[in-house]
Design a protein around this ligand. Structure first.
Ligand SMILES: [Zn+2]
Length: 368
């Protein structure tokens, strides 16, 4: 293998590790914050349970003092009854006493109810206290683990950065620039060639290009611009029926296709849609307009795409690009750079012809 390619492989590995480690370091405080938020919720629950107990106690004291007042009244009525002159007066006092006794009874019932309730309240408090204790222990553990992990990651980052610098120093400058330019918006700048295909974008190489790569020349993929390399151990083609042969075996009777652009799609920003009608079934593919990377899975629905995906189309810009939509399956997870460039060129034209409300169509980074 060429030393340049060897170094690029090392560089790619270092880039990936550095990205992974940085993401991990950034994610750790978020995890701690999530547990802390849960802890605050449990604390609030405990306070609430305690407040409910206190409120019940206050109500109970109110009932108790009402009972005392009523008992006072009753003994006053009894005293008065000793001094009454008429039977009517005596009856009236007895009546008052009965009333007061009923009142006492109803207050006692309420107190009993509160006492029964108090058991459940106490259980709530105890449960919240236990939960809080468990969460406090967990958060301390998580914090310690996060601190440990972060310092390990930082040590690893230092090592990988050193490896990265070493690898970069071993690569020809022009090649390095090419690699880094593509890696910046493709996520990777180097791709293996297998079965005559670029493994980065899944596009078939022209025979001459394939021969050059196999012959040990530095070659860049015409579709995705990644630097290509060939590994004899894994790169040799395996005999199998080609995709085009398979397609011929299942002829499509009716195919409609269309590309659409939207300046904003949910929180995804600028996207391209590829719509396809095949034998009464509509499909939709969504691509990031900057990187050409496919977003999510292909969606299939019975019907015509203009009706099924009417919402997507409504504020979109129709493109006249005559791309071969049947190739979409072959491209799998990202559009080749050449196709992406064509879509952007077509978009520019379409916007010039009919300046739609398509917010801020930005330049395709590859074109700048
Ligand atoms: Zn490629």
């Amino acid at each position: 293998m060429l030393p340049d390619v060897q170094h690029l492989m090392e560089l790619q590995q270092a880039d990936r590790e550095i990205l992974r480690l940085n993401q991990e370091v950034a994610a750790l405080p978020k995890r701690v914050a999530a547990i802390e938020a849960k802890l605050a919720g449990t604390k609030a629950g405990l306070e609430q349970a305690k407040a409910a107990v206190k409120a019940d106690e206050a109500i109970r004291r109110k009932y108790e003092s009402a009972i005392q007042d009523l008992q006072g009244k009753i003994s006053k009525y009894r005293d008065q009854s000793l001094a009454v002159k008429t039977n009517e007066q005596y009856k009236a006092l007895l009546h008052e006493i009965q009333f007061a006794e009923q009142d006492i009874k109803s207050n006692e019932d309420k107190i009993l109810e509160l006492m029964l309730n108090a058991e459940a309240r106490d259980k709530d408090v105890k449960a919240a206290e236990l939960e809080l204790k468990a969460e406090m222990a967990e958060i301390e553990k998580e914090k310690a683990a996060a601190r440990e992990r972060t310092s390990e990651d930082e040590k690893l980052l230092e090592e990988w950065n050193a490896k990265r610098n070493q690898a970069r120093a071993g690569v020809n400058e022009d090649l390095l620039r090419q690699y880094e330019r593509v890696a910046k918006f493709r996520g990777s700048g180097l791709a293996e060639v297998r079965d005559q295909k670029c493994m980065g974008c899944q596009v078939m190489l022209r025979p001459q290009t394939y021969n050059d790569v196999r012959g040990g020349q530095i070659v860049v993929c015409e579709s995705c611009q990644r630097v290509l390399y060939f590994d004899p151990a894994t790169g040799v083609a395996v005999e199998r029926p080609s995709l085009s042969a398979k397609r011929r075996a299942r002829p499509k009777t009716h195919v409609d296709k269309a590309w659409f652009y939207r300046a904003a799609y949910g929180d995804l920003g600028e996207v391209f849609f590829a719509f396809l009608n095949v034998d009464g079934s509509a499909s939709r593919r969504v691509y990031d307009a900057h990187t050409g990377r496919k977003i999510g899975d292909t969606e299939y629905q019975p019907g015509d795409f203009s009706a099924v995906f009417a919402d997507d189309i409504k504020s979109g810009v129709r493109l006249h690009t005559t791309l071969d939509l049947e190739q979409l399956d072959e491209w799998a997870s990202e559009l080749p750079m050449t196709e992406l460039d064509e879509l952007h060129a077509d978009l520019k034209k379409a916007l010039r012809e009919a300046p739609v409300e398509a917010a801020h169509p930005s330049e395709h980074p590859a074109a700048s």
